[in-house]
Design a protein around this ligand. Structure first.
Ligand code: ITT
Length: 198
């Protein structure tokens, strides 16, 4: 079964390709589709389902959607569902670079001792308009005081995994996929796929 993936984020595409071995994945661009879904919901689940529905409406074939982000407890869960747009106006086309978002976040957290945070990933597998499953998984960590590492993307350099003694951006792709919010969500979606009748 080919899965259309409802994302324009090349980093996610790379991680998903490793997480779904043997399953052909097609991006909207591969299908010649311009996919630009507005994320208007206030939950990862709502946005994940929204992206899946929007792309399913265009391709009428099985779709996989990922809505994810970083939630910092001391900031009331921010950047949260606004992780991609953190530091930019809501209407805005201006989106800060990952480096600028990380610097902003570190400034906001300056002097704070409570640094617990988690990555969240809501992943939706939509098989048809009325057949879908969304799972939501997390990866717990602590916000660093300065960036570390050059792998991964987004907030990975400021996210410390106490169990590894490393930042997410210091992990190989394989290790990140084993531990990450996206890796955990993908494992559950793979179990659903495996349980489907032929
Ligand atoms: P699509 O909507 O096209 O999938 P996006 O980047 O806008 O791309 P989201 O709306 O799900 O995706 O926003 C997720 C943001 O959260 C992303 O831009 C990163 O800043 C951050 N993020 C998500 N997963 C991450 C990860 O594994 N490592 C680091 N940052 C991550």
């Amino acid at each position: 079964m080919t899965l259309y993936i409802a994302t324009n984020n090349a980093h996610k595409v790379k991680e998903l390709a490793e997480l779904f071995p043997g399953i052909p994945l097609r991006t909207p661009a591969d299908a010649g589709i311009e996919f630009d879904h507005d994320e208007t919901e206030d939950s990862f689940l709502g946005n994940s389902l929204g992206k899946a529905r929007a792309l399913f409406g265009l391709v009428k074939a099985p779709v996989l959607a990922d809505d994810s982000g970083l939630c910092v407890d001391a900031l009331g869960g921010a950047p949260g569902v606004r992780s991609a747009r953190y530091g930019s106006p809501d209407d805005g086309r201006t989106v800060l670079s990952a480096r600028d978002k990380n610097e902003l976040l570190l400034r906001e957290m300056e002097g704070r001792r409570d640094r617990t945070c988690r990555f969240v990933c809501a992943m939706t597998l939509m098989l048809s308009e009325h057949r879908f499953v969304t799972v939501q998984e997390t990866c717990e960590g602590r916000l660093l005081e300065s960036s570390r590492g050059a792998e991964g993307f987004g907030y990975d350099p400021v996210f410390f995994l106490p169990g590894e003694g490393l930042s997410m951006a210091e992990l190989s792709l394989e290790r990140k996929n084993r531990l990450s919010h996206r890796g955990r969500a993908a494992a559950r979606i793979l179990a659903v796929l495996a349980s489907l009748p032929d």
